[in-house]
Design a protein. Structure first.
Length: 460
């Protein structure tokens, strides 16, 4: 069994036994990532590939949507919105083309599940795309891929070519009467294009910026036509549901968050990688599987869903990692990017780096995000360089509060989350930076050695 896989590779042997942590894993999407040429159509079909599509084509589109809805599958891109319900929002009989757009623009710090999935098993996504297009009565689908991952782009193009040659794409798919074209589009590296409406603008050839909603994409999306925008993992999970049954899918996970998912474990862990398990597993269990925090160190803080989700501490090791459990504990499941940091990590520095990322990636369309992230960075750099004052902590909280819920899209909220949570759990560490006139973890970064050319000193 593959416990930890990065770009189709690293595995750790089973320990065996009824009580072994590995028994908690549920490899479906990652079941054969470590096989030779796992990305090929031959290997995929050897593992019952495209059998889910055959079952889907035997149903009516409306029955298919109801089936996916009944399975309880929720979006794996962050929000956790029910997938079947999103498909159901597409108006029928409106005379307009319908589109499916797959968001593969994975760019958030710590988030690394979709790229390995596409690299090792692209046909699971293609099969899911055909099923989804049949359900929403679409004849054209798009995959919007992060442009920097050129090896994945090449592999995806080859998988699409194989699917066309085998009759899974093109005219009259498997004799069903479905005509379907699939376009793979490479983005240009802008994080903002991970926001669904900015992605649609970019796909149309414009600068990627979020749109005002309503109208929502289901009514006026790509080219002002009804559009479903789904995450890679969401769509890739559909074939297994059709092939093995909705009851099988609901037998995993929790009542409101059923099924399996990919958890991306990174940071100061012994064996980082992708761990596919039922929703509701805990970080403690995942750390047991991954060999724990690196030897001689202890967990200090971690993110349950990437850098845009409020951080947790070692007190949250037993929080169920599903949408309800993480939400009740004060954070969000997000993309299930579990970044783990040990006691050698400076919280202020980590938050500064994340905030610098959001300030750099802000599209600038709205004032709270554009100006707010800039001033958050200046304050954090002052504190890290030993030039902060106690009132800066209230300023940080104030600025974050003026961004949160007031920006055009969720990028601003993501920038505010690390500020709020780090001040909540590690305010004393911020105060130590201020009272000690610098970073206790890296004195060379402070005062005399700080690069004075790189930022505007707020307290100069």
């Amino acid at each position: 069994m593959t416990l930890s896989t990065q770009y189709g590779g690293t595995s750790q042997p089973e320990t065996g036994g009824e009580t072994s942590p590995e028994k908690l894993l549920s490899p479906v999407l990652s079941a054969f990532w470590d096989e030779d040429k796992s990305w090929s159509l031959d290997v995929y079909r050897r593992h019952d590939g495209y059998e889910g599509l055959r079952k889907a084509l035997a149903m009516s589109p409306d029955d298919l949507i109801a089936y996916v809805k009944d399975s309880g599958l929720r979006g794996r891109g962050g929000a956790g919105f029910p997938t079947g319900m999103k498909w159901q929002f597409i108006p029928q009989g409106d005379g307009k083309p319908h589109y499916l757009v797959v968001n593969a623009d994975e760019s958030e710090p710590g988030t690394c599940k979709d790229i390995p999935l596409l690299f090792a098993n692209p046909h699971s996504l293609i099969e899911g795309i055909v099923i989804a297009c049949y359900a929403i009565r679409s004849s054209h689908a798009f995959i919007y891929l992060r442009g920097e991952v050129v090896p994945v782009l090449r592999r995806l193009h080859e998988a699409v070519r194989e699917a066309y040659a085998a009759g899974y794409l093109g005219e009259n798919v498997l004799g069903s009467g479905l005509d379907l074209q699939l376009t793979v589009h490479a983005g240009a590296g802008a994080y903002i294009c991970g926001e669904e409406t900015a992605l649609l603008d970019s796909l149309e050839g414009r600068r990627g910026q979020p749109r005002l909603r309503p109208p929502f994409p289901a009514v006026a999306g790509l080219y002002a036509c009804p559009t479903v925008v789904n995450n890679v993992e969401s769509i890739a999970s559909v074939p297994a549901i059709l092939h093995k049954g909705k009851e099988w899918f609901r037998s995993m996970g929790s009542e409101k968050s059923p099924g399996f998912t990919l958890y991306s474990l990174s940071g100061h862990v012994t064996n980082p990688g992708q761990y596919e398990a039922p929703l509701g597993i805990t970080l403690r269990q995942l750390l047991d599987m991954s060999g724990g925090i690196r030897q001689g160190h202890r967990l200090k803080f971690w993110t349950p869903g990437g850098s845009s989700t409020p951080m947790f501490t070692d007190e949250h090791l037993d929080v169920p990692l599903d949408y309800e459990g993480v939400g009740a504990a004060g954070s969000m499941l997000g993309t299930k990017a579990l970044q783990c940091f040990d006691e050698t990590t400076c919280v202020v520095r980590a938050v500064t780096r994340w905030t610098e990322f959001y300030a750099h990636e802000s599209c600038g369309k709205c004032t709270p995000c554009r100006e707010g992230t800039y001033w958050l960075v200046q304050l954090l750099r002052d504190i890290e360089a030993g030039k902060g004052v106690m009132s800066d902590l209230d300023k940080l909280n104030d600025i974050a509060d003026n961004i949160n819920g007031k920006s055009f899209c969720a990028l601003g909220d993501g920038a505010a989350s690390p500020i709020f949570s780090s001040l909540k759990y590690f305010r004393a560490e911020y105060e130590e930076h201020i009272n000690g006139r610098g970073c206790p973890f890296d004195p060379a970064k402070s005062t005399a050695w700080a690069d004075k050319e790189k930022h505007t000193e707020v307290n100069a």
